[in-house]
Design a protein around this ligand. Structure first.
Ligand code: SAH
Length: 265
């Protein structure tokens, strides 16, 4: 590890992932850049603890606007370029890893197209961390030798859906769905229709590593009811596959305790 305070270069944008929310899961580099940067642009996904720890007066919330709607990505892109051109050192802080459903790729392309130097600071994605803190390894020698990260945002019945649920059902690996609370009934049904065993274990992990983390476990057939019973709401990750059953065998000794935790089997 390098010694002393880190340099945040003027006129440079740092695309930094925050990890899933526990401040102790920030990378050392992320933490040092957050301390050093002139400005931090963030939304709500890094979670309450990390956001509250950001320096007052040097942070800008570019998540939801006053009316509640999301700030258009183009405005965020433009703001990044504007700040860099004012010779500021800028951290763009995203929940999890910036390059996993984080639009970090789009921001990188925009910055490059506008001649702004940038650095990517990879992080712990919720796609792996949320299952992990619930005791679920996304791969396991006995259960899954492949894993897919997919968005649950889309309507699975839409003909031109970007996610091929049939192929996923046939693939046999673990499926990790992000942004998948609202459409849980749709894609669990789509997977069953595509021939996946309705008894396949499914776990939902809400606000992983935040105070108030919740875990709900069921099967493809039962998870919608279990989710309603527990009261799962976004942000949550859905883990589909035999690996989800490993939680049961380790739960008694698992010490990833993040505040009040509700569990249902
Ligand atoms: N770049 C992020 C993902 C952004 S998409 C990452 O790598 O984690 C937003 C989705 O991420 C949410 O809908 C949810 O599915 C997931 N997510 C992010 N943080 C989470 C957390 N702490 N607990 C559970 N899900 C989380």
């Amino acid at each position: 590890m390098s010694e002393g305070p880190i340099e945040a270069e003027p006129g440079t944008v740092y695309l930094v992932g925050s990890g899933p929310g526990d401040p102790d899961l920030l990378t050392v580099k992320a933490k040092r850049l957050l301390e050093a940067a002139d400005v931090v642009l963030h939304d709500k996904l890094p979670g309450p603890e990390i956001i509250e720890s950001l320096p007052e007066g040097r942070r800008e919330d570019v998540g939801k606007r006053a009316g509640g709607e999301r700030t258009p990505q183009v405005e965020i892109n433009e703001r990044l370029v504007e700040l860099a051109q004012e010779n500021k050192s800028v951290v763009r802080l995203k929940g999890g890893d910036s390059f996993i459903f984080g639009r970090g790729g789009e921001e990188a392309e925009y910055l490059a197209a506008h001649g702004v130097p940038f650095e990517v600071v990879p992080a712990v994605t919720s796609a792996v961390a949320a299952p992990a803190v619930a005791g679920i390894p996304v791969t396991h020698r006995d259960h899954a030798s492949a894993v897919s990260f997919v968005t649950g945002h889309e309507d699975p019945t839409k003909a031109e859906s970007a996610v091929d649920w049939e192929a996923l059902a046939a693939g046999g690996g673990t499926i990790v769905v992000l942004m998948g609370v609202k459409r849980l009934p749709d894609y669990t049904a789509a997977l069953c229709e595509a021939g996946m065993d309705p008894e396949t274990p499914v776990a939902l992990v809400e606000r992983a590593t935040w105070p108030g983390q919740q875990v709900a476990v069921g099967t493809l057939e039962t998870i919608v009811d279990v989710s309603n019973e527990v009261g799962i709401s976004p942000p949550a990750v859905t883990v589909i596959g035999d690996v989800a059953s490993t939680r049961e065998s380790v739960a008694d000794f698992l010490r990833n305790d993040y505040g009040k935790r509700v569990e249902t089997y």
